[in-house]
Ligand binder design. Structure first.
Ligand code: SF4
Length: 403
């Protein structure tokens, strides 16, 4: 009967759920690259019928969290952002009354630089960390079983989105009793949600940069890994600068609009130096890691954008991945006359006094040199069409040539 077959088809396409999952509570540790993919997980789980109120993230990293829930769970020497995962899992297990803990092993990441760089892999410690720390909760007895929690750690390749349904289905089919079609639809929703969030963040960053241009105000760019936004990992250095009156933007969410890209990178594309605004091969030939590539691109953006007058680099204790990038990033930034500062080896100790003293010193230099830096960078761009929203301050005629 035509009516019934139409109804059946529409139900399948619309995504009727196999079972009611509205009572299931899923906890996600807020660690490493969950910081850049959390919107995917929210969209994905919601599409599988888990209400938003039942999707629970662990708290921000803190010394107390690690001491209370993570100590004794780590069997390897590691960088600080990996180590703290034990505290996040322990906190979820002990305090949140969950049915499932979902700790994705993120192998590769979605990136706007895709196609212009060799790869978008995560640091190898990112996927490995989950298995390593899970072992710490199994060594004396199975802590997950004891708390009635299923631990699910799918291996996920965001850079190959066609693999995601299979990866997630294999990992979640028993824990959530899902069909492959349900997972496939949920992956699509998750990716849409992540894309929407990402473009909202870029739009907001553009508004901040436009405000800086309209008010001729210096701005600080933080170049770091996404998880340095966690107050316990990045020690709220961004907040310290904001409290001194600086707009602060993060490299992950710099705007990528065409008009802005033409303004900043157009001359080099026309000269054949780079193939596109997102081509980093002129400064970084060993591209393999998504976050690293984006840090390098962020440095190039900062070197060209007039009102970013200082770049602050953050890096964690025992981070081997950041090591080879220090010099290139510093060179790219400083070559343009932009100020560069680094807070390296950040770990659990939060020497707030010394951070504040450094921030105050940086404030002195940013205040002193920003007017010259803005003038010089504007001068370099004076032949190019200023994008809408940035054109209030006319390019200076007699820019200073030294800082
Ligand atoms: S990039 Fe650095 S901080 Fe991040 S997981 Fe790898 S080694 Fe650790």
């Amino acid at each position: 009967m035509p009516f019934i077959s139409l109804f059946k088809r529409r139900t399948a396409e619309g995504g009727e759920l196999k079972k009611d999952r509205s009572h299931i509570r899923v906890g996600i540790p807020k660690f490493l690259n969950v910081w850049s993919t959390h919107r995917f997980w929210i969209g994905f789980l919601k599409a599988l019928g888990i209400p938003a109120k039942n999707i629970v993230f662990s708290s921000d990293t803190s010394e107390e969290q690690f001491r209370e829930y993570g100590k004794g769970r780590i069997g390897m020497d590691s960088c600080y952002p990996v180590k703290v995962l034990a505290g996040h899992i322990g906190e979820l297990l002990t305090t949140k009354k969950l049915d499932i803990i979902l700790a994705p092993m993120v192998y590769s990441l979605p990136s706007f630089l895709r196609g212009h760089v060799v790869d978008t892999l995560s640091c190898t410690r990112v996927p490995m960390s989950v298995e390593n720390i899970k072992a710490g909760f199994l060594k004396e007895c199975n802590e997950f079983e004891k708390h009635g929690v299923k631990f699910v750690n799918p291996f996920v390749s965001f850079a190959e989105p066609h693999l995601l349904p299979k990866q997630l289905y294999e990992s979640l089919k028993d824990a959530l009793d899902v069909s492959y079609e349900e997972v496939e639809r949920a992956v699509k929703k998750g990716l849409e949600e992540l894309k929407r969030f990402d473009s909202e963040m870029r739009k907001k960053t553009r508004e901040i940069l436009e405000w800086c241009a309209q008010n001729n105000h210096p701005c600080i760019l933080i170049l770091a890994r996404p998880y340095h936004m966690d107050p316990g990992i990045g020690h709220e250095i961004d907040v310290e600068f904001q409290s001194l009156g600086y707009p602060v933007v993060w490299g992950q969410y710099l705007p990528t609009d065409k008009d802005l890209m033409d303004w900043l990178f157009g001359a080099e594309i026309e000269a054949g130096i780079i193939k596109s605004p997102f081509d980093i091969s002129d400064v970084w030939t060993s591209s393999y890691s998504s976050n690293t590539n984006e840090i390098i691109w962020g440095a190039k953006f900062a070197a060209r954008f007039p009102w970013i007058t200082a770049v602050v680099r953050l890096s964690s204790y025992e981070c081997g991945m950041d090591q080879p990038t220090y010099t290139p990033v510093q060179k790219i930034v400083e070559y343009s006359g932009t100020l560069y500062f680094k807070f390296g080896d950040l770990d659990e100790t939060r020497p707030s006094g010394s951070i504040r003293i450094r921030v105050e010193t940086i404030d002195y230099y940013v205040k002193k040199y920003s007017p010259h830096i803005i003038e010089r960078k504007l001068k370099r761009l004076e032949e190019r069409k200023v994008p809408e929203g940035f054109g209030v301050i006319p390019p200076p005629r007699n820019a200073s040539t030294s800082t």
